[in-house]
Design a protein around this ligand. Structure first.
Ligand SMILES: C[S@@+](CC[C@H](N)C(=O)[O-])C[C@H]1O[C@@H](n2cnc3c(N)ncnc32)[C@H](O)[C@@H]1O
Ligand SMILES: [Zn+2]
Length: 311
């Protein structure tokens, strides 16, 4: 797989061919790439269009600046700097009523992870930022202002980190001495709060960094509604595909697709359906990366691609 470099911005797309195939692209269709990032998926979708249109969204202004260069002169691409959770408003502003396909490749890009100044990585010393949009509460503000109970819950829920109580306690103790400012400072505090045996299980800060990133970017708050909204924007026969990177995200997408496939919203204990809602979606089989892809790009390890087609 090629590392898509352009203008210093790079991202190794995960489940690339699988995601493109899942959209079943029609040359004259309208498509939305909700998480354009380095433009890998967008570039391939645009290549397949003839008379169609691609709306490429990203909340990261650096990604949009790079994509503006990359797609200058590519007529079919419209770039939108926004949160794709607003997909309905974004399409309404463009005067588009319904689309043929929607792709969301969730999480952070390799560029965001590898660019030390963004503060996502526990491998590089950098200010604790972690904001994809460069707006709102930063990771630094989060670790220095949230209560110990809030930190514990975030680290436990979003990081699935069993040492959340001692990590939250260590963060609060450390910031009482001096504000926590950098990625490596935080990483050291996390490490100090974990038993030596647990430190051997991957990088000790990985789960806590994931948790704080998810919190700061509101990645899971409203993802269920966003999945519904992406589906609502489809024409009949249109498809929505979502690539997730951890089980928390995947569970939400799986559950939302299942409820669209079921249609009926009656409580489980009703003997018969009284809501009359019919199934709206055919859900395709989930796709995981091949052993070869995981070997070439370890970041793809826990990725899943899920697709729903509107009936
Ligand atoms: C995994 S990368 C996508 C990479 C892209 N598919 C490619 O081929 O280069 C995720 C991108 O989605 C963006 N992103 C994440 N959540 C978003 C949201 N809610 N709204 C808009 N963009 C988002 C991030 O800023 C990042 O650039
Ligand atoms: Zn019902």
């Amino acid at each position: 797989m090629s590392d898509l470099k352009s203008g210093g911005f790079h991202h190794i797309p995960v489940l690339f061919n699988e995601a493109i195939d899942s959209l079943d692209i029609k040359p004259g269709g309208i498509y939305v790439d909700c998480t354009a990032g380095g433009g890998g998926h967008s570039g391939e979708i645009a290549k397949r269009l003839k008379g169609g249109m691609l709306i490429s969204i990203d909340r990261d202004p650096q990604a949009i600046a790079n994509l503006t260069n990359r797609f200058s002169g590519v007529e079919c691409v419209r770039l939108v700097h926004n949160n794709f959770f607003n997909i309905k408003d974004i399409l309404a502003d463009l005067g588009i009523a319904a689309v043929d396909g929607v792709l969301a490749d969730l999480g952070v890009s390799s560029h965001q992870l590898d660019e030390p100044s963004r503060g996502f990585s526990f491998h590089n010393e950098a200010p604790l930022d972690m904001r994809m949009s460069l707006e709102g509460m930063s990771a630094e503000q989060a670790v220095n202002t949230l209560s110990q109970a809030e930190l514990r819950k975030i680290i436990y829920d979003y990081g699935e980190e069993k040492f959340a109580p001692s990590i939250a306690k260590a963060i609060v103790a450390a910031r009482e001495l001096a504000p926590i400012k950098t990625t490596l400072e935080l990483s050291e505090i996390i490490k100090s709060a974990m038993p030596a045996a647990a430190r051997r299980d991957g990088h000790p800060a990985r789960r806590t960094f994931q948790a704080i990133r998810i919190y700061v970017n509101g990645e899971l708050d409203g993802l269920d509604t966003a999945v519904h909204n992406m589906f609502d924007c489809l024409k009949p026969g249109g498809r929505v595909s979502v690539i997730t990177f951890h089980s928390l995200e995947d569970r939400i997408v799986k559950r939302e697709f299942a409820s669209l496939a079921k249609g009926c919203t009656c409580p489980k204990n009703f003997p018969v359906c009284i809501c009359g809602n019919k199934p709206q979606a055919n859900v395709l089989k989930a796709v995981a990366p091949s052993a070869k892809e995981v070997e070439e790009n370890p970041r793809s390890r826990s990725a899943r691609l899920r697709t729903a087609e509107k009936i």
